[in-house]
Design a protein around this ligand. Structure first.
Ligand SMILES: *[C@@H]1O[C@H](CO)[C@@H](O)[C@H](O)[C@H]1NC(C)=O
Ligand SMILES: *[C@@H]1O[C@H](CO)[C@@H](O)[C@H](O)[C@H]1NC(C)=O
Ligand SMILES: *[C@@H]1O[C@H](CO)[C@@H](O)[C@H](O)[C@H]1NC(C)=O
Ligand SMILES: *[C@@H]1O[C@H](CO)[C@@H](O)[C@H](O)[C@H]1NC(C)=O
Ligand SMILES: *[C@@H]1O[C@H](CO)[C@@H](O)[C@H](O)[C@H]1NC(C)=O
Ligand SMILES: *[C@@H]1O[C@H](CO)[C@@H](O)[C@H](O)[C@H]1NC(C)=O
Ligand SMILES: *[C@@H]1O[C@H](CO)[C@@H](O)[C@H](O)[C@H]1NC(C)=O
Ligand SMILES: *[C@@H]1O[C@H](CO)[C@@H](O)[C@H](O)[C@H]1NC(C)=O
Ligand SMILES: *[C@@H]1O[C@H](CO)[C@@H](O)[C@H](O)[C@H]1NC(C)=O
Ligand SMILES: *[C@@H]1O[C@H](CO)[C@@H](O)[C@H](O)[C@H]1NC(C)=O
Ligand SMILES: *[C@@H]1O[C@H](CO)[C@@H](O)[C@H](O)[C@H]1NC(C)=O
Ligand SMILES: *[C@@H]1O[C@H](CO)[C@@H](O)[C@H](O)[C@H]1NC(C)=O
Length: 772
């Protein structure tokens, strides 16, 4: 189009940056403004102190005065650990100390709106004892014209004494810009002042909550994790300026986002090139729309999930049947059962009680579910209850399974070379998860494995007329140099974060093959940039069965907030949490009936799916079916969830599907200039635009103190239970007995879709929910 080669401007742009250059002595008027048009109104320009990209005078990207915008360093990061628990220590050696910019020019660029890109080039200086050439490209993508894409390339460096390993991309921010996103972040509201690693792994048990984290980490396996460990890490964020930044789906290398400098953001990336895009919306909503226009939007959630709870049960056909009948007798709305033990279980010895583990060989267990196919069918035809099962990325050797097996998938896949390989042993890379649980990880980059495993899942999992499953793990691929995948772009460290994307894409392709888009519910805890377009529901992973901030019930809200701002609109968690701890002499955690009840309340007013989990040691934890009081509270919560279905469905269809906006919204999304709203992580959230919620996330707490956001007192919040109306911009204390989480309608909102919920509230206003 109109821009190709404009040498005069190039000279002025370069000359305006004498401070970068050791070699360049040119002196030009310091107020020289020169500009290059990138297309669609985006302009790259220079002033005496900065280089920036604007659109309609709004800054999209800018350099920081006196700070290199590209840098590099040598050194391999240290990654310790196995079995999904990776402890990463960043190693930077010989980090370049300066940068020169010697040219800015237009180069042909096929994917751009103009056919060209601006190329900024020069050298990185003081890299150990050498220098290295760099190039940075900016263009407006032809298919997404409302943003600027970038590509950083330092691969031309050649100092064999100190080969560069990572690049740094820095740009301007300010002390008042707050950041959200980057995946399943569980410990912070705004990420400002933090340096956040982007790597999907076991989040650990504790994550900073004590005493568990220290107890778990004492073994040296990093099993406790820290405040930065996450099942899903995603290289994208949204800021209070309406800015959106993301690395492309292919940029799966280890990244780190440093928000600790008041005036800059620095992205550190473990490779010599990276690409992504930067955009700016009028607010955080528009920024999420821009993000998801590129990374995708979640496929529709099947309608049947609106009809009730999905009961997580283990123990075999008779037990499941009994519990379903009990529920129906007390009018518990039941949409489905989730039976992870359909493959059978075996015990591993624990200090106090044995822990039951699943056989990772995807066929029904003859002892627990001998008539699996007809059992699934009967639940559906007798009770209109659907069945969900369980699969993961492993195949375990079932040769020691006492009641036998029909196929040993592990043996078959080993012989075919379908597992991730170990080049030291020249065989399957083994993940050992305790006695009788040696497993290989299926290699999703191998086309042979993909067709073989597709048939396995179709013929012996989906064939039973199930409606989906937990699609577990995804964050386990080893990263050592003796790890080999069939089709590895770079090394295993780079491939690691690509795996969750492949896993989600693989599952979606089966759903599409089987034409089950309106039926299948497949839930993942590991995701990646772009995996949102393949999964219709995200599951927040394994939490501890307690009230703590970093890994208990509170962390679920924080995770859903950041995941929503990472493009994952539909989410849910295990009602009741997952991890019981009975390992240490002086510390136990087991689930109380109260926690189970409050978690059910939280799910009812926050999530797109209501599904419970028995936990890892069901015998020591309160279960919804433990007694009539637990089942009644659970049924009550399931009814509250169902009463919100019309409203939820409207938001899913009108806002999530079309704009990529999350159902659960951190208050900052609506109140970017309210400094208090910016700091809310788990205390409250919006459910769609019309409801504001402050869940009870503490034991023996029957009223909540909640901040109602909105500076200047603009807006009202009506407490649905009492009918009391409160003005915005203040903290209020409202009663919240069991069964009555603090829910407010915003600005007196009313829509027909809210009516079933308001009717529920009116009916239950005098009902006392009990925990015995
Ligand atoms: C940008 O700002 C300048 C000076 O303030 C003004 O003249 C110009 O109209 C603005 N351009 C746009 C697109 O808003
Ligand atoms: C860094 O990693 C590369 C590739 O894995 C390896 O070849 C190299 O020896 C490592 N360097 C150091 C200093 O460990
Ligand atoms: C740079 O340092 C390495 C050792 O660290 C040395 O081998 C090499 O010769 C040096 N190169 C120059 C240009 O000084
Ligand atoms: C970041 O640090 C600054 C300076 O200490 C502080 O004013 C600001 O509130 C902090 N922001 C967050 C999100 O922690
Ligand atoms: C993580 O690795 C670093 C570097 O080896 C080590 O200092 C630290 O103790 C490790 N953390 C845990 C919890 O194991
Ligand atoms: C836009 O085009 C690029 C190729 O230039 C492609 O990789 C990307 O998937 C396209 N994005 C969308 C949202 O169509
Ligand atoms: C694995 O294969 C390599 C190359 O074929 C060979 O050098 C090595 O000895 C083998 N290692 C084992 C443990 O068999
Ligand atoms: C490969 O096997 C060796 C021992 O045989 C082990 O030390 C190494 O960690 C294994 N690597 C992987 C990727 O499984
Ligand atoms: C932990 O639980 C076990 C098994 O119920 C019990 O024997 C032990 O006393 C408990 N320890 C603590 C500190 O409560
Ligand atoms: C809230 O509950 C606490 C005890 O949980 C009680 O001390 C306090 O008085 C209550 N406040 C109000 C306003 O009801
Ligand atoms: C109050 O909020 C409404 C919409 O929420 C907005 O239109 C109006 O401008 C706001 N008024 C003030 C004074 O901020
Ligand atoms: C609930 O009961 C209280 C106290 O009796 C009453 O003030 C309030 O209006 C009722 N709320 C609804 C929604 O009926």
């Amino acid at each position: 189009m109109h821009i190709m080669q404009r040498p005069a401007l190039v000279v002025a742009l370069v000359a305006a940056f004498p401070f970068f250059s050791l070699s360049q002595q040119a002196v030009l008027p310091t107020d020289a403004i020169s500009s290059l048009e990138l297309g669609n109104g985006f302009v790259l320009s220079s002033s005496s102190t900065a280089l920036q990209i604007t659109q309609a005078n709004l800054s999209i990207w800018a350099t920081v005065h006196d700070k290199p915008f590209i840098s590099a360093s040598a050194g391999n990061d240290s990654v310790e650990g196995s079995n999904g628990a990776f402890n990463i220590t960043q190693v930077d050696t010989g980090r370049c100390s300066g940068q020169s910019m010697t040219a800015v020019r237009y180069v042909p660029w096929s994917a751009s709106i103009s056919g060209g890109a601006a190329e900024l080039s020069g050298h990185l200086l003081g890299c150990g004892n050498g220098t290295a050439p760099y190039a940075l490209y900016f263009w407006v993508p032809a298919n997404l014209t409302d943003r600027v894409a970038f590509y950083v390339d330092i691969s031309g460096s050649s100092n064999p004494a100190q080969p560069l390993k990572k690049l740094y991309f820095s740009y301007a921010s300010h002390a008042g810009e707050d950041f959200y996103g980057l995946g399943a972040q569980a410990s912070f509201a705004s990420l400002k002042n933090q340096s956040i690693p982007v790597f999907s792994r076991e989040q650990g048990a504790g994550r900073g909550d004590e005493p568990l984290t220290s107890l778990e980490n004492a073994s040296g396996t990093f099993a406790g994790g820290d405040k930065f460990t996450a099942y899903t890490a995603i290289s994208s964020y949204i800021s209070t300026e309406g800015k959106v930044f993301y690395l492309s789906e292919k940029s799966t290398g280890y990244a780190n986002f440093d928000f600790t400098e008041p005036d800059a953001v620095t992205v550190r990336y473990d490779s010599l090139s990276v690409d992504g895009a930067i955009g700016r919306g009028s607010d955080m909503f528009e920024a999420v729309s821009k993000l998801t226009a590129a990374t995708g939007r979640m496929p529709a959630l099947p309608k049947w999930v609106d009809d009730g709870a999905i009961l997580g049960i283990q123990g075999g056909q008779d037990k499941v049947d009994t519990i379903v009948q009990q529920g129906l007798n007390i009018s518990c709305p039941i949409a489905g059962v989730w039976l992870q033990d359909w493959v059978g279980t075996h015990s591993q010895a624990g200090p106090y009680v044995n822990v039951s583990r699943l056989w990772w060989n995807w066929e029904n267990d003859e002892e627990l579910y001998p008539q699996w196919d007809s059992f699934v069918q009967d639940l559906r035809s007798k009770y209109n209850v659907r069945t969900l099962s369980y699969v993961n990325v492993f195949l375990a050797n079932v040769s020691t399974k006492p009641d036998g097996y029909r196929r040993n998938l592990y043996d078959e896949a080993s012989a075919l070379g379908y597992f991730v390989q170990n080049t030291t042993s020249n065989s399957t890379a083994i993940i050992s998860s305790g006695p009788d649980l040696d497993a290989g990880i299926i290699d999703l980059t191998n086309p042979g494995l993909r067709s073989w495993f597709t048939e396995v899942l179709k013929e012996q999992v989906w064939n039973a007329n199930i409606s989906g499953y937990m699609s577990d793990f995804g964050e386990y691929t080893p990263v050592t140099s003796d790890t080999k995948l069939y089709d590895m772009v770079s090394d295993a460290f780079f491939a690691h974060d690509e795996y969750p994307l492949l896993w989600a894409e693989f599952q979606r392709h089966i759903i599409n093959d089987l034409d089950l888009q309106d039926e299948a519910l497949v839930f993942h805890r590991s995701a990646a940039t772009g995996a949102n377009k393949y999964m219709n529901i995200f599951w927040a992973g394994d939490q501890n069965v307690n009230w703590q901030v970093n890994d208990g019930i509170k962390s679920v809200v924080t995770i859903m907030g950041h995941m929503g701002l990472s493009g994952y609109a539909h989410q849910h968690s295990d009602v009741g949490g997952y991890t019981d701890v009975l390992t240490y002499d002086d510390y136990n955690t087991t689930r109380s009936a109260e926690l189970l009840g409050r978690w059910g309340e939280l799910a009812a007013v926050s999530s797109s799916v209501f599904r419970s989990h028995e936990g890892n040691i069901p015998s020591v934890s309160a279960q919804f079916y433990s007694n009539s009081s637990t089942y009644n509270y659970y049924a009550y919560n399931a009814r509250m969830f169902v009463s919100l279905a019309p409203y939820r469905r409207m938001i899913l269809e009108m806002e999530c599907a079309t704009n990529g906006w999350p159902l659960l919204r951190p208050p900052v999304m609506y109140h970017t200039s309210d400094l208090r709203a910016r700091q809310i992580s788990y205390q409250s959230f919006y459910l769609g635009p019309d409801l504001y919620v402050a869940p009870v996330l503490d034991p023996q707490t029957f009223n909540v103190t909640v901040y109602l956001p909105g500076i200047g007192g603009n807006g009202t919040f009506t407490h649905v239970w009492s009918g009391k109306v409160y003005g915005a911009g203040q903290e209020v204390n409202v009663p919240a007995p069991y069964g009555k989480p603090a829910v407010f309608t915003v600005n007196d909102a009313w829509t027909p879709e809210l009516e079933t919920f308001l009717e529920f509230v009116r009916k239950k206003n005098q009902t006392q929910v009990l925990v015995d």
